[in-house]
Design a protein around this ligand. Structure first.
Ligand code: GLA
Length: 391
């Protein structure tokens, strides 16, 4: 980390000049353990922040310019815009995310008096579905709050501002999970979040005998955002059909039994499958957290696997590569559970693997995957870290 910061500082000085009040920040990526596609259905999620994420260095300017540079996209150079030009554009590239957060702050009446220079460096593999964009949004929010003295904002506010910017500025209709995990993460804990009320609880992840392994399929299928937005629409249609026969506000209000009782009210078969996933996944998440609290790791793993099956068959957000990774993991000795994690259509699986089996897991699954798909998967043995903060 010291080395990273040193390189970032020299690059910052080279691009933007030395001196002034230069401040450093970090916001993590996330992995979701269970509770997938429930966050826009009023259900529960159970993500944790990672120790990989996005680092930022920032300093206020005297004029209204925004000058942004990413060490991950160095070929794009410094991308310049201004506080008077807060509209998304193709040429703004990755800077649409920080710009979106500045815009979202302004929508809340929090205007910036001057612009800033901002250099970032991300350690989340791009396109992996570990929330590099949410981490960049929360990083920007954390930086703006500190640099411009928006002290009234809580970390939850920063998560909401990040989500708002992604929804309204960047056109991705995501739920609150990713930004919430990046803002509110806590070392060695997962966050049990009720997305309906935003009430949450930290659950210590005590896995002395296991490791969390993320496997990156290194595939990202096209039209992910539009497929995601389609799922949302299908759930909304199912909800509105159900509301004709039962008094509920969200799909998360239903138990499995209630769903079975009322499901015929959902006219479209696809929408019925989507709603089934949302309802069952929410209940699975509640049960998984209960299992973890009683140290019943076997039951936790069983629910994690069931989550994958439901995402594969009912929600249809998995893909051939991630099905292969999860299904192969299930057959490995020492694997407690494995599932696709995040938005889906590619990206990563998360597996809970016995300490003694991690090397074999990485070796065996790595070899089989490369053989089948002709390209390598990547494996990260991850630690659970803290939410966004100033360094
Ligand atoms: C993406 C979204 C989240 C959530 C997940 C699926 O990561 O950004 O809000 O909906 O997909 O659980």
């Amino acid at each position: 980390m010291e080395r990273t910061m040193g390189t970032m500082r020299s690059k910052f000085n080279e691009l933007f000049g030395q001196g002034g009040d230069l401040r450093a920040y970090f916001a993590p990526g996330r992995v979701n353990l269970i509770g997938e596609h429930t966050d826009y259905n009023g259900g529960h999620v159970f993500p944790c922040a990672l120790t990989i994420g996005t680092y930022g260095l920032a300093r206020k300017r005297e004029d209204r310019k925004l000058r942004l540079y990413s060490m991950n996209f160095s070929r794009a150079g410094v991308i310049e815009s201004s506080l008077d030009d807060l509209v998304p554009s193709e040429k703004a590239g990755w800077t649409n995310y920080p710009k979106g957060v500045v815009w979202a702050m302004e929508q809340r009446g929090l205007s910036l008096d001057t612009g800033f220079d901002f250099l970032i460096y991300g350690t989340i593999p791009s396109g992996s579905g570990l929330s590099s964009s949410a981490s960049l949004e929360v990083l920007t929010g954390t930086m703006l709050r500190d640099l411009y003295g928006f002290d009234g904002l809580t970390m939850v506010d920063l998560a909401l501002i990040g989500q708002f910017s992604e929804n309204k500025f960047n056109g991705m209709n995501c739920g609150i999970m990713d930004q919430f995990a990046s803002a509110m993460g806590k070392r060695d804990c997962a966050i049990f979040l009720d997305t309906n009320t935003l009430s949450y609880e930290y659950a210590t992840i005590r896995l002395p005998e296991q490791k969390l392994i993320i496997t990156n399929s290194k595939v990202k299928h096209s039209l992910v955002n539009s497929a995601y937005n389609d799922r949302r629409r299908e759930c909304e249609e199912a909800l509105s059909d159900l509301q004709k026969v039962v008094k509920i506000k969200t799909l998360g209000d239903l138990s499995e039994e209630q769903f079975e009782e009322y499901k015929d009210a959902i006219k479209d078969e696809i929408c019925r499958k989507r709603a089934k996933h949302a309802v069952y996944e929410n209940q699975r998440t509640i049960r998984a957290v209960e299992a973890l609290k009683r140290d019943d790791i076997t039951e936790f793993g069983r629910l994690v696997n069931a989550s994958h099956v439901s995402l594969r068959d009912d929600y249809e957000t998995s893909c051939e590569e991630c099905d292969y990774l999860a299904e192969l993991a299930w057959e490995q000795p020492g694997v407690v559970g494995s599932r696709i994690t995040g938005g889906g259509f590619g990206g990563c699986t998360v597996s809970i693997v016995a300490n003694t089996r991690t090397d074999a897991f990485i070796h065996d699954i790595g070899a089989a995957y490369a053989e089948k798909f002709g390209h390598d998967a990547e494996f990260y043995v991850v630690e659970i870290g803290d939410g966004a903060h100033r360094l």
